[in-house]
Design a binder for this molecule. Structure first.
Ligand SMILES: Cc1cc2nc3c(=O)[nH]c(=O)nc-3n(C[C@H](O)[C@H](O)[C@H](O)COP(=O)(O)OP(=O)(O)OC[C@H]3O[C@@H](n4cnc5c(N)ncnc54)[C@H](O)[C@@H]3O)c2cc1C
Length: 402
């Protein structure tokens, strides 16, 4: 474990026990938030979180940290609004800094159909408790003076939806805030311990298999990001998930006066400024399903071309770093949380390119489900059974820009 991290945080490590009430597979944001919520909200502390690599090594440590609730269907708006609100109080609740910053989010529209989509989004958001309003190009430029409203003559800005609650938080700090909070209450978080099989008794999952032996569990929760189909297959469960790489990049530092998060839902790219002044950018996921975390030149070229049309100052910056994560994409671009049809095995998945913002509400809801055995109303629409009953929660337009 990184000594630097240990000196800053209050962490207690344990060898795995033979048995726990709850075993969570995957110490990303969703696994850790569920463990923390089990301990803090329900007093359930006989919990282990098993991580194949180091904590936060998956998508939670690789994302572009955008938090927003401006989704396109009522169920999602309510869920993500809850998460956005929980993020605001997370530092107070965990006692750890997550460098949360409310910046406001601009979604630019470049065509009439884009404007229609953003108008519909704004009305839907307001009806469901999220604050999103339409603004003119001139108002957008007041919020972001660096914006070229002509879009380089190619992507003119016709207007935008503005979501003042849009925010960012340091992804690794979020991971460690939950990990420290859960550990302090007695949860065992065990890195470098992959789950390689599930223990079954008849049709029920009763534990997990690790390279150092089996561990029994009252309940097993899979929170493994892009590896979910492999874990589900251990229970002979086939999930409607495809794993796709998603890439991001940062530039060198720019004057620290780039206020909002700026995205284009039509060009499928977005940018925000980090606390260190770097410009952090992303785009849509790679179309080819893959488990590769390799970066591509094509990504650099596409993002740079689109972004510099909207924000010409970016041409003068240098790209410092690019990287990729692997995302669990559901057919309707909404998460899948809850029961699997296999007794003893729960999942939180389908977080795709949009699941960082969902960590507080996802963890809260999954912990309530485990503690009570009842699906919380906030996530009732996101069960796996929706695909069999033809109740998909289609919201691709909201997922496109994280
Ligand atoms: C480049 C990029 C940009 C993104 N930008 C945003 C954004 O701006 N906003 C947003 O909301 N979302 C964003 N996302 C998506 C977001 O990061 C993810 O949806 C979210 O972090 C998923 O969290 P998780 O806990 O489900 O998975 P992960 O963080 O991936 O954690 C899963 C963990 O499970 C572990 N694991 C896997 N298999 C096993 C096993 N067999 N045994 C034990 N452990 C195992 C992995 O090592 C990993 O640590 C982005 C993602 C990427 C890649």
């Amino acid at each position: 474990m990184n000594e630097f991290v240990e000196t800053l945080l209050d962490l207690t490590w344990h060898e795995p026990k033979k048995s726990y009430d709850v075993v969570i597979i995957g110490a990303g944001g969703h696994g850790l938030a569920t463990a923390w919520n089990l301990a803090t909200r329900h007093g359930i502390t006989n919990v282990a979180v098993l991580e194949a690599s180091y904590i936060g090594s998956g998508n939670t440590g690789r994302n572009t940290t955008i938090i927003r609730a401006n989704y396109g269907i009522p169920e999602s708006v309510r869920f993500y609004q809850r998460s956005l609100e929980l993020y605001r109080s997370l530092e107070e609740e965990t006692g750890a800094s997550i460098v949360h910053s409310t910046k406001g989010l601009l979604w630019l529209a470049h065509t009439e159909s884009g404007m229609r989509a953003e108008r519909a989004r704004s009305l839907m958001n307001q009806a469901c408790g999220a604050n999103t309003v339409m603004i003119t190009p001139e108002e957008a430029q007041v919020l972001c003076p660096q914006l070229d409203l002509s879009g380089g003559g190619r992507y003119p800005v016709m207007g935008a939806s503005y979501h003042p609650g849009g925010a960012t938080a340091r992804h690794d700090r979020v991971v460690w805030a939950y990990a420290q909070g859960a550990m302090r209450l007695g949860v065992h978080i065990i890195p470098h311990t992959p789950v390689v099989g599930l223990v079954r008794s008849g049709s029920r999952v009763t534990g997990v298999v690790t390279p150092t032996g089996p561990i029994s569990a009252g309940v097993v929760l899979s929170a493994v990001g892009g590896r979910v189909t492999a874990v589900a297959a251990m229970a002979d469960l086939r999930l409607p998930i495809r794993t796709h790489p998603l890439q991001a990049l940062v530039t060198n530092a720019y004057a620290p006066d780039f206020g909002p998060i700026v995205a284009s839902s039509e060009l499928l790219c977005y940018v925000s400024q980090t606390g260190r002044g770097q410009m952090l950018m992303g785009a849509e996921f790679d179309s080819q399903p893959s488990y590769s975390q390799q970066s591509s030149y094509e990504f650099l070229q596409t993002v740079s071309t689109k972004m510099t049309h909207m924000l010409p100052f970016l041409r003068n910056l240098r790209i410092l770093r690019q990287w990729a994560g692997i995302c669990d994409i559901s057919p309707d671009y909404s998460p899948i949380m809850g029961f699997t049809g296999v007794d003893g095995l729960l999942i939180t998945t389908g977080w795709g390119t949009w699941g960082f913002k969902a960590i507080p509400a996802g963890g809260e809801a999954m912990a309530e489900l485990i503690a009570t055995g009842k699906v919380p109303a906030l996530i009732a629409a996101f069960g796996l059974s929706r695909f069999a009953s033809d109740h998909a929660m289609a919201d691709q337009g909201s997922a496109g820009t994280r």
